[in-house]
Design a binder for this molecule. Structure first.
Ligand code: THU
Length: 140
């Protein structure tokens, strides 16, 4: 079921939204598009701050936006990023974002798409990027 989604549309949405990234300190602009259980897509960009640790990653902004709207399951997330609004390489999610993803998915199913373009991307499961993870079930 999770394999059946429009990867190109998810990647294109992330690419189109990169322009909204606010990264005046690192000049590294990241954009993420999360496809959620309802079928709806949520976008996020990194938003930095003069007090550096107050900034937040694109992936978490997309996911928190979705959760706030009542979504609880991430099907897939496409990520693009690069300096000065370019996309030159695959942009992998940081460790904190991987852990946040872990809260809202089945790690064996959820797809993380690291894209350079709609045709050039790597697709991994969260389990591949965050093996032996700690999640909600561990507290049950
Ligand atoms: N960043 C993201 O938004 N997502 C990632 O996956 C990696 C890093 C942001 C955080 C910061 O604003 C900038 O990229 C440089 O680390």
């Amino acid at each position: 079921m999770t394999a059946d989604f429009d990867r190109a549309a998810l990647i294109q949405a992330a690419i189109d939204n990169q322009k909204r990234s606010y990264a005046p300190y690192s000049h590294f602009n990241v954009s993420a598009a999360a496809l959620m259980g309802s079928g709806k897509m949520y976008l996020g960009v990194n938003v930095e701050n003069a007090s550096y640790p107050a900034g937040i990653c694109a992936e978490r902004n997309a996911i928190f936006h979705a959760v706030e709207e009542g979504e609880r399951k991430i099907v897939a997330i496409a990520i693009v990023g690069g300096s000065e609004y370019t996309i030159r390489d695959y942009c992998a999610p940081c460790g904190i974002c991987r852990q946040v993803m872990r809260e809202f998915c089945d790690p064996r199913e959820m797809k993380i798409i690291l894209a350079k373009s709609v045709t050039d991307y790597k697709e991994l499961t969260l389990e591949e990027l965050l093996p032996l993870s700690f999640g909600p079930d561990d507290l049950a």
